[in-house]
Design a protein around this ligand. Sequence first.
Ligand SMILES: Cc1cc2nc3c(=O)[nH]c(=O)nc-3n(C[C@H](O)[C@H](O)[C@H](O)COP(=O)(O)O)c2cc1C
Length: 223
Amino acid sequence: MKIVALNGSPRGTASTTLRLLEAAMEGAEEAGAVVQYFDVARHDIAYCTGCGTCYASGSCILEDDYADILAAMEGADGFLVASPVYINAITAQLKTLIDRMADVVHCQKFRGKYAAFLASGGGGGTDCVLGYLGEAWQVFGADVVGGAAAVMAEGEDRFAAAMDESRALGEHLVEAVATRAAYPEQEAFHEGMRERMTALVSAHRDEWPSEYAYLRSLGWIRE
Ligand SMILES: Cc1cc2nc3c(=O)[nH]c(=O)nc-3n(C[C@H](O)[C@H](O)[C@H](O)COP(=O)(O)O)c2cc1C
């Protein structure tokens, strides 16, 4: 089982969020997964220009580290995604990666995969991060397993508890992948996305041959 772990903090090994993520990664590894970690801010990832080439060809025209990270994500069974709170949101570095993924949305490429999220904030705002990341990965097609967060102002005991919660979350993610855990309320959302994306890509059949072929390969488009 493969898990891709992403940290959106620009602070490298000084990152507090990384401590939570490392606890979750350890939990996942102890439960039997192989984890591939990406320090997102240390990678060369350019802004999406909205050119739409990926819709047509299935790949991005920008030559940077995105293709390798996408390949790892496509090969993963699950995700641990982490960000500090930056003005009640995720960091720009992580958002820049996410914005490159519109083709993943159209093709619902993360269907059947699972995701869990981690956040740290100085005084609050972690719900904004966990909520946004959950929505993003659901829009990619993944099932959300849960989240864990630490607010630094709440002190060391609370941080220690958040570390324990992060480790348990990593284990829980692996269990969800292994058991193919079902979330009926999320399934209804995914079904709506399948219908919407099938209609969208069908309407652009001539401009987006790659996405059209992909959804046909899933059996979602039959003609
Ligand atoms: C640019 C910037 C914006 C921030 N915005 C918030 C915020 O809106 N709310 C908050 O509680 N903490 C905020 N913080 C504090 C960080 O979320 C907090 O220190 C976090 O633990 C840093 O994680 P890291 O060490 O993984 O980078 C901000 C920090 C920076 C540098």
